[in-house]
Design a protein around this ligand. Sequence first.
Ligand code: SAM
Length: 365
Amino acid sequence: MVLPSDRKDVVTPRIATFDEFRDAISAYRLPRVLLAGLELDVFTTVGDRTWTISDLAKQLKVSERGLDILCRNLAMAGLLLKKGGTYRNSRLGATALNATHPAYRGGYLDLIKSHWTDWFRLLESIRSGLPIDHDVPDSQDWRRRFTWAMHHRTLETAPAIASQIKLGRARTFLDLGGGPGTYALAFLAKTPRLRATVCDRAAALDVAKEIADTHKAGRRLSYLPLDFTKEPIPGTYDVIWYSNVLHIYSPEINRAVFRRALAALAPGGRLIIQDAFLHDREGLLPAEASLFAVSMLLFTEEGNTYSASETTTWLKDAGFARIKSLQLKTGTEDWENGILEASAPKSRPKTNARRTGSTGSSRSR
Ligand SMILES: C[S@@+](CC[C@H](N)C(=O)[O-])C[C@H]1O[C@@H](n2cnc3c(N)ncnc32)[C@H](O)[C@@H]1O
């Protein structure tokens, strides 16, 4: 079986034989077992104790036979540690997967759990071309939960990525669509002279404030509630970080956001975009970027994943210069080869992007 990418976490094979097809289509089994573990909250219940199956089954109110097979598989995957007839938590199980531990990543785990049932509805979106819940308005509560999920998703990635991106003499930084502000905080933490603003919807910014209150660098973070697909971006920044937002919108809206970003950059300032870029001629690879387009079909009105080269064209058309890809250490990236940097010209004529009106609407993640 040939893997289309050397990224370890990409498991999508190029399928040529029936056996490869059978293996690929059966790959749901381990994820379903892991989800069952999460749904039963096995890792929280196991906590820091060692359990027999019989005691744990009583505690979880499930059958001994079912739990025996589940725990054996969780141990096979390395999430529980088995010794004879007893089980205890692995380090990961005891921390990020354990609701009583401070490192618990419940926000993201809840999102993952809901994705299982959402992906089950894929045919609805393929038939209609619309997101599965297109008629359900975006509630404050949903936005809060999604923003915590984004924080729990990037807790480790954000500092690892920020540490590799040189900000030069930049003093002002805008995290556009920054949600929980996890990236803004990571850039602030590594750059003492920097001041950052996180721009998002009000409900997301409430979460960003709660998180920033627990960080020393949070004192240098400001908040900008704004729909940047409808309004110009106030202020002037040396760097605009635009991470995981491009895929939510259509090419037309992305082009308009780029024009607004350019208008909000100081001369010579930089727009740095992180996204699931496609890199091959046919727009199939990396596999993660193709698969992520399916998420956009399920959850957004007109989102998709885009190639680095078409995004470069949009940036050039918007007036950016010197567009290049930033290479990070393999294994530290959010997406394979997933960062593009574009510079505002050092001197340029005034554009009217600040006065540009609505670019249309889109529910967004
Ligand atoms: C997928 S999250 C990414 C969060 C963060 N940038 C990251 O990389 O982890 C997308 C964020 O963009 C925000 N967003 C999307 N469209 C927006 C808009 N038109 N105006 C303001 N915020 C928007 C969402 O609310 C959400 O917080």
